[in-house]
Structures are given as C-alpha cells and as structure tokens.
Write a protein that binds this ligand. Structure first.
Ligand SMILES: [Zn+2]
Length: 566
C-alpha cells in the first residue's frame, strides 16, 4: 500500500492493514479534537508524543499477566497427561489473541518457566520422558505460532515477552531449555517472541549454580540470534526486589514499585506513556539564549522541560480517569481470566484495578539535547556527562513528586522511540536549523549516539548510572559488527561489567543478513554462498528484532548511521 506511513515496524502492507491504518488515523484526529487543546497542540507540533493515541480513554497499554490466579485448574484435571500439556499452550494462545484485542500494547510472562511448572504440578503431571517430549513439541509449536501469527486484522505481530531462567525444578528447567534451544537454532526469520533471560547469582550466573547450563545456553542463543536479552537481577536497580517478582514487559517496560502494595511486576502493566522531545526543548532554549553561558542554558532547559512535564502529567491523569470510568465488561478477557492484580471480577470500579498500573513520562534524544546546549556530545567530557546525569535525576525527582502528589504510579521511561525517532526531527526541521536534526533520527533515550564508536565496556559504564533513574524501563545495547557466534565469553564479560555498573536490562545487537535464495546468513549485500542478492535484513533498534524492510524512516536512518562498539 504505497503512501501509507506505518507507525510500527511490525505492520504489514496489505489491504486490511491499509483499512486498519485509515481507521486509526481518523480516530486519532477525532481524539485530538476532543482532549485538552494544550496537550493536542503539543502532540501535533511534535514537542510531545501521545503514544497509542487511538486507544485514548479506551484501554491501557500493556500487562504482565497474573497467570495462575484465574487458571482453570479444575477443567484440566480430567485431561490425559499429553492433553494437559497441549491445552496449557492452547490456553495461552487464546489469551494472547483475546487480550491483544482489548489492550494497545504487549503482554509479558514474568516467569514463563516457573509458571508452567506450577500449572503442571497443580494438574498432577510428572516430568516423565514422555511428558518432557510432549512439552518440547508444544513449546516449539507455541514459538512458531507467536513468530508467525498476526493480530488486529492480521497486521501486527504479537508482542509477547517470555521471561525465564530462574526455575530450578525439572519442568521449569525444561521449559527454559526448550525455548532457548529452539529459538537459538531457528533461522534468521524467527524474530518473535521476545525472550528475556533473568540473570541471578546463586541460581544461574556462576559455574556452581544449578541453572548455569541454562545461562550458557542463553549466551549461545544470543551469540547467533541477539535473543535473549538479559534482565540483570543482581544490578543496583533490581538487587532489592525478589527476582521472581520482576520481569520485562515488551521492549523495556519495567513495572515494579507500587503505591498500593508490594513491589511486583506480576498482574500489573503500564497504563499509558507520553514521550517528551528533549531536542525540541533544547532547540527552543538555544534559539532564544545564544549569548547565555552553558549553566544558564541548562537551567532554562530544566525549567522548560518542567513546564512541558506538567502538561504531560495532566494529560496522563485525564487519560487515566477516562479509562477508570469504563466498565469491567469492556475488558472481557481480563474479567474472564482475572489477569490484573486485584479482583477484576468483583471490583466496584476499574480504578481499584488500574491504580496498580504505571503512568510513564518518557524522553528521547538526551544526547542531541545536550549537544545543542553545550556544543558537545554528552559522553565527550566528564562535565557534559555529569550535566546529563543531573538532568535525568531532575526528571526522576519530578516524576517522583508527581507520584506523591497524585497517589498514582508515575514513572520515568527511557523511551525506545520507534516511530518518534523520525517524527520528531522531521517536525523540528520545519522550525529550526541545526546539524543534529540533519541525520533524520534522534537517539534512543539516554543512549550514546549509535556512531559513538565507544568500546562495549565504556558504553556500559557510561549508560549504567542512568538505569536506576529510569524506573519505568530502559535498556542498554552493545553493538557488534557481526554475530559473535562461538564467542559467548565476550557476551559474558559484557554482562558482568553491566551488573557492576548498575545496568538493569541489557541487549546485544549485531546485523543479521539472510539470503532468501539459499539461507546463508552473515553480514553481506551479495550472498557469499550463491551470489544471490535477495537479502532479508534483521536488526534490533526498538527492543524487538525486526525486518529492516518494514522499519520506519527514522529507524532506517539510524541503522545506516550505526557503528559497532569495539
Ligand atoms: Zn545465497
């Protein structure tokens, strides 16, 4: 469908996709005409971005499922062993399909391995050889399905995140093993689901740990497929939380602290997020204060950000209030399976449920903003590095204040910026002239520029301190020039340095090109095996693996600019 700009790299250009997209655009326009005019103007002008705008007041963003609370154990008890296993995955499939129609974003399994083992235990299933073979087959078929299925009229693939690695019993270990082996050995076209390996000393990190073999399997899979990514349970942001209670949702969303109960990810999600365009604010300050010194420009920058953040807060509250006024019947899958924390089946108002969710204020282009204000990239001197960290700390303190003043779970999100990484500079270019706009994309959250050429360890040390501040979620990437393949030690070294430097969540990236004629993979423009030039290019820029052909304009520009960290 020529001429249609897709917001999301996983969308496909078909007739139904076009109809869906046109409908979405119409709803977005209508919503912008109905909400607070100030927020609508900020969004239209590209100073902020209201994500999933078509869902405004209709649904929340994402959820880590509380899987066990509503699981139909009684029904399962009458099944044969192999049917119990098969029906468990059928149950997951049905839930994913239904849930995808009543929420706008992804869904997470915080402990895919342990939860399955608990279901099996409650269903009196033993880890016999036969049952383990059946489990392997069902897991492989489940992964096939997630990778290939398309939701919403067949347009968008399911954003499912499987967190695993901690379960130490036979079934739990088998789940992690089968997932990692199958995905790790799959062809480059396998890009779903999102798999997150939870690294924890005493369980899997050290050679004497019971799940050390699974960690090795994870490293081996990452070295070929970039998947899994790593949730570092022993790093500063996570060390004080029970590792079984945390998980990554979607590309980086982290929901842990709760004003209304214990710290946990399970049964909770992000309600809504809005991203603030930091380079825009910096460009405005720069254009009006050319002669001021850096300190004064930074002060004005903070002041202007705060003004925007106040508008963003009001918009998040408005969206939250509209959502809370809906009926339980608007969420049939949630009410059937009781997936949220609390009791959605017996609540008086949805506020009792959704208050457990987070309201995130995101940011993009910290590096460009600092470059506009100081003339230097933030990692080029200790001084600009300190200024950047101080600014992110200021954002976090403000978000914490919003949390306290409003009694809701506000959090600071290091936005990935899939669509906005190109939308923001396009709009800024209409108003300003500055070299940082010209490359056609803004850098992800607090990341060093993709062409920084920093060594992997320097990049980790630079970005680590930002992780604890971004309590709504963040990720750091290390970029290799090609697949490290058998060099799992290189990945292990990076993980260890990341744990020490406070990195909460880590991904290893490298380009993967795959020849569509013969299946050869590597990094090439022409296949070294058969000479073919029909090449599929798999890259990760927004937390998920994607096919480069379907990337948004901004992300294509980013990929073209990337340099490896070596
Ligand atoms: Zn070939």
């Amino acid at each position: 469908m020529k001429g249609i700009q897709f917001d999301n790299a996983s969308q496909r250009k078909t007739y139904v996709g076009a109809v869906y997209e046109i409908g979405t655009d119409a709803i977005k326009k209508q919503i912008l005409s109905e909400i607070d005019p100030e927020a609508a103007d900020l969004h239209r002008s590209g100073k902020i971005h209201l994500h999933d705008l078509e869902a405004y007041g209709k649904t929340y963003n994402c959820l880590t499922l509380d899987l066990l609370k509503g699981f139909p154990f009684e029904r399962f008890e009458q099944y044969s062993d192999s049917r119990k296993i098969m029906e468990t995955f059928n149950y997951f499939r049905r839930m994913i399909v239904e849930l995808a129609n009543e929420q706008s974003g992804g869904m997470g399994f915080a402990n895919f391995d342990e939860d399955i083992s608990r279901i099996f235990k409650r269903c009196s299933l033993s880890p016999t050889d036969y049952n383990l073979i059946t489990l392997r087959e069902n897991i492989e078929s489940f992964i096939d399905w997630i990778n290939n299925a398309r939701e919403r009229c067949g347009q968008v693939s399911y954003y499912v995140s499987l967190n695993l690695g901690l379960s130490e019993n036979d079934f739990g270990r088998a789940v992690s093993k089968f997932v990692l082996e199958y995905f790790g050995n799959s062809s480059p076209e396998y890009i779903r689901p999102n798999i997150i390996f939870k690294v924890k000393s005493g369980i899997n990190h050290d050679p004497k740990d019971p799940n050390y073999d699974l960690f090795q399997l994870a490293l081996s899979s990452t070295s070929r497929k970039m998947v899994p990514t790593y949730l570092l349970c022993d790093s500063a942001p996570n060390i004080n939380v029970d590792a079984s209670k945390i998980g990554i949702m979607g590309c980086r969303t982290r929901v842990v602290q709760n004003e209304f109960g214990e710290d946990t990810t399970i049964g909770r999600g992000n309600i809504d997020y809005i991203t603030i365009n930091l380079p825009r604010i910096a460009l405005e300050i720069d254009s009006m204060n050319r002669d001021s010194d850096t300190e004064e420009r930074i002060r004005l920058f903070k002041e202007a950000w705060l003004e925007t953040a106040n508008s963003v807060k009001l918009s998040l509250l408005d969206r939250y209030n509209r959502l809370s006024q809906l009926d339980v019947e608007d969420f049939p899958c949630n009410s059937a399976h009781n997936l949220w924390l609390g009791d959605v089946q017996n609540c008086r108002s949805l506020n009792e449920i959704f208050k457990n969710g987070t309201l995130s204020i995101g940011f993009i282009g910290l590096s460009e903003a600092i470059e506009i204000l100081t003339g230097k990239r933030f990692y080029e001197s200790q001084e600009t590095c300190d200024v950047s960290l101080d600014f992110v700390r200021f954002m976090r303190q403000t978000v914490d204040r919003f949390r306290k003043e409003n009694g809701l779970n506000f959090s600071l999100l290091a936005t990935s910026g899939e669509y906005i990484s190109g939308r923001f500079p396009d709009l800024d270019a209409k108003l300003f002239n500055h070299p940082v706009i010209e490359k056609g994309f803004y850098t992800n959250s607090f990341h060093a520029n993709v062409d920084s050429g920093l060594s992997p360890f320097d990049k980790i040390r630079l970005e680590g301190p930002f992780h604890i501040l971004c309590n709504g979620g963040c990720i750091s990437y290390v970029e290799f020039s090609s697949a490290p393949l058998t060099n799992t030690l290189a990945i292990l070294d990076i993980i260890n340095v990341a744990v020490k430097n406070g990195v909460s969540y880590l991904g290893i990236n490298f380009p993967v090109d795959s020849c569509l004629s013969c299946g050869q993979s590597g990094v090439f423009d022409q296949c070294p095996n058969c000479g073919g030039n029909k090449i599929k290019r798999i890259r990760r820029v927004s937390g998920y693996l994607e096919d480069l052909e379907f990337f948004t304009k901004g992300k294509k520009a980013e990929v073209a600019t990337r340099r490896s960290n070596k």
